[in-house]
Design a protein around this ligand. Structure first.
Ligand code: ARG
Length: 418
């Protein structure tokens, strides 16, 4: 093992570019830059050569888009994972994947360290480091941005002093992280939670106010909980997301403006765009409404929130996540069928669903004469179901204590304590 080689997760941005030089100069590492393609849409060949120009001894690009889609996104989709009910864990999900590639490349090159460009007040440092420690506890982890706590202006000055190219196009006023599953944007004017996000905070979605197109239907087919066709055309999971990012984004659907609780204890204001993710979760949930039995469905809903929080909190490589996945996978065996999504300006909803495993029985649900529902059985059911409430009311009225109903329900002779 070469203790003085460090594999650095490299994005091509200012912070990690500065990190290449800084880790070399202050800690003597030879840096191997690693750019992981998770569908962020950057020119990673340019990123690769930029790392070499800045002084990395080697530079590696990994196309992990399908791996990300099939082994990570498919799982959070099956779990309908939305952190705090809103955020489809976009950045949270790519970090364990990136960490696993850091470890893989470190092993391939015999490196003794891995590094990342996360700051000290975000969630990403937790996700990367917890993942690396779960996979390879012997590796040293370097976090130069956290350790040196350079401000943006200091980073720029360092870059200029060391001849590190900083194209002005990359100097956005925001901190942006994007991948196949969505885009996260923070900092700048967004730090004031009252400020409406400016137009330039968005990139995956059109302004919903400017959409003039008529509504559009898209049929998503699911096989065991994951998308397998769009409008009848077979797709990979990654292709389904790309297609729905495009349609949804074109309708200005998928914007999330939220205040969230970070694991590190602060509240932050985040602006996300996740048209494909939210469209797929909408469709997937709708299909589950049709095919999951009530008890499994209600039980799963409770685990979904836990699942999202676990992913958000960086606990991907843990036995709990595997155990939850085992449960969720079991529930997905019959989540097969079609959902028709209707897109309009800024909106997406399910307008139709069908499945060979549908539990919807028209002869039970209908209000027409073809009804097979046992109306006579309902009478006894309602009586037994309501018995605890009825007994409680009788007994408490008789006892006349604190629980004595006092509020008259008008005209009924009954009382209720509000
Ligand atoms: N707050 C989000 C999360 O913790 C987004 C993080 C985005 N990262 C970034 N470098 N801008 O998942």
């Amino acid at each position: 093992m070469t203790a003085d080689v460090c594999v650095l997760a490299y994005s091509g941005g200012l912070d990690t570019s500065v990190a290449i030089r800084w880790l070399h100069e202050t800690k003597g590492y030879d840096i191997i830059a690693l750019a992981v393609d998770v569908g962020q849409g950057d020119d990673l060949e340019a990123v690769r050569s930029k790392a070499l120009r800045i002084g990395a001894v080697d530079s590696v690009v990994v196309d992990a888009r399908d791996e990300f889609a099939e082994r990570y996104i498919a799982r959070v989709l099956k779990a309908n994972a939305l952190y705090e009910g809103k955020y489809p864990v976009v950045s949270s999900l790519s970090r364990p994947l990136i960490a696993s590639h850091l470890v893989r490349v470190a092993r391939a090159f015999g490196a003794g360290a891995v590094g990342h460009g996360c700051t000290g007040k975000g969630n990403d440092q937790v996700r990367v480091e917890v993942s690396v420690r779960a996979l390879a506890p012997d590796l040293t982890i370097e976090a130069p941005i956290r350790e040196h706590a350079m401000s943006r202006t200091e980073s720029q000055a360092y870059a200029e002093a060391h001849g590190i190219p900083v194209p002005t196009t990359t100097l956005s006023p925001y901190s942006v992280d994007q991948n196949l599953w969505g885009r996260a944007c923070e900092c700048g004017v967004l730090e004031d939670p009252w400020q409406t996000p400016p137009k330039d905070a968005y990139a995956y979605t059109r302004d919903p106010g400017s959409v003039l197109d008529p509504p559009r239907d898209v049929v998503v087919t699911f096989t065991e909980g994951v998308p397998s066709a769009i409008d009848g055309r077979p797709v990979t999971v990654a292709e389904a997301i790309v297609a729905l990012n495009e349609v949804g984004g074109g309708f200005g659907f998928g914007r999330i403006d939220m205040i969230e609780n970070r694991l590190v204890g602060i509240k932050s204001r985040e602006v996300y765009e996740a048209p494909g993710a939210l469209a797929l979760i909408t469709a997937h949930r709708d299909l589950e409404d049709l095919v999951l039995d009530r008890h499994t469905h209600h039980y799963k809903a409770r685990l979904e929130a836990e699942y999202a929080t676990l992913v958000y909190n960086g606990l991907w490589f843990t036995p709990l996540r595997r155990a939850l996945d085992a449960f969720i996978d079991e529930t997905q065996r019959q989540v097969c069928g079609d959902v028709r999504l209707t897109f309009g300006p800024g909106s997406c909803h399910a307008s139709g669903r069908r499945s060979a495993f549908s539990l919807y029985d028209e002869s039970l649900a209908t209000y027409t004469g073809y009804d097979t529902f046992r109306h006579d059985a309902a009478e006894g059911f309602v009586k037994i179901w309501g018995m605890p409430a009825e007994v409680w009311a009788q007994k408490s009225r008789a006892a006349g204590g604190a629980a004595d109903p006092v509020l008259a329900v008008e005209g009924s002779g009954a009382t209720w304590d509000e």
